[in-house]
Design a protein around this ligand. Sequence first.
Ligand SMILES: Nc1ncnc2c1ncn2[C@@H]1O[C@H](COP(=O)(O)OP(=O)(O)O)[C@@H](O)[C@H]1O
Ligand SMILES: [Mg+2]
Length: 344
Amino acid sequence: MARLELLRVSKIIATSRVVLQDIDCTVNDGELISMVGPSGCGKSTLLRCVAGLEKISYGEIRIGNQRVNDLPPQQRNVAMVFQNHALYPHMTVYQNLAFGLRVRRVARTVADARVRRTAARLGLDALLERYPRELSGGQRQRTALGRAMLREPGVFLLDEPLSSLDIPLRAEMRRELSALHTSLGTTMVYVTHDQSEALSLGQRVVVLAEGQIQQIDTPDGIYKDPKNRFVAGFVGWPPMNFLNGVWLADSGLDTQFVDYGIRPERLTLQPGSSSDVFIAGTLERIESFGGEWQVEISRQGSRVIARVPPDSALRQGTELRLWFHREDLYTFDRASGRRLKDSR
Ligand SMILES: Nc1ncnc2c1ncn2[C@@H]1O[C@H](COP(=O)(O)OP(=O)(O)O)[C@@H](O)[C@H]1O
Ligand SMILES: [Mg+2]
């Protein structure tokens, strides 16, 4: 187990393209942190830099209080599991798991005991003689994880390890990973482009965009207290609704162009209290999710989505009011995207 520190880590490629800019982040010993951001924002590059597969342009990476910038991957005390968890196709599960130990010349009986213990822990004991092509996606995933675990790293780096699995299996593997983290207590960095996965798995969440950290916070903090419009719009499903506005400062003299934001789940069909306010528009679309409906209204070219209980009185094409508490409204500076807290 080890602490991972990233200090102003930056990576510039092709003379001037900045892929990572001033990444400052500490992953505590034993912590599971998730890193999330849209495709192409630099997540894999960052993990590869930590693993030592790529060089950083400046900054410092420290693992367990040791500067590792110049250490080769095998001396960094990390294990990485990739998206396309490449197993050796001509080796059985057992051989895949044992491979790293053989390379390190661990005694055969010791290696055998460790492989079997890890396999049992991951529910692979009945599959040891199978080849990767004979495994399901989840079983392959577990084999790749087992291989990484057998390295007993100080830090686990997981790069979208579940993205090739179908949705029910992903949910199951996510729970398994979480349980595994609890029992191993190893420092883990879990990278994903899926915001719901990041929030459900991470003890803290790092939101990245265009090579820069937008926010580091608990899942609850990221959801309830986004620092800017990007984070607000990226986290939550359906995404936060945004409306143009002009904000008048208390003096009534200064004005500022802003975007107002309201989450779909904070909108209701009836006012919840006398101080509630509403947005009105034409009901354009009703989408049923069984126990919940999503309704969409249009208002002067903007669209607003609400998650509401099913209501058979709703009619497409009619005027609909969506109510909310004033304190659920977020305000962002339009130019910078920065959250304006005082306006709430
Ligand atoms: N070695 C490289 N050469 C050229 N472009 C790269 C290299 N590494 C990363 N990039 C670019 O950097 C950006 C970040 O990529 P990546 O880290 O794979 O993002 P993510 O994993 O978040 O989807 C992308 O635009 C990618 O094309
Ligand atoms: Mg990637």
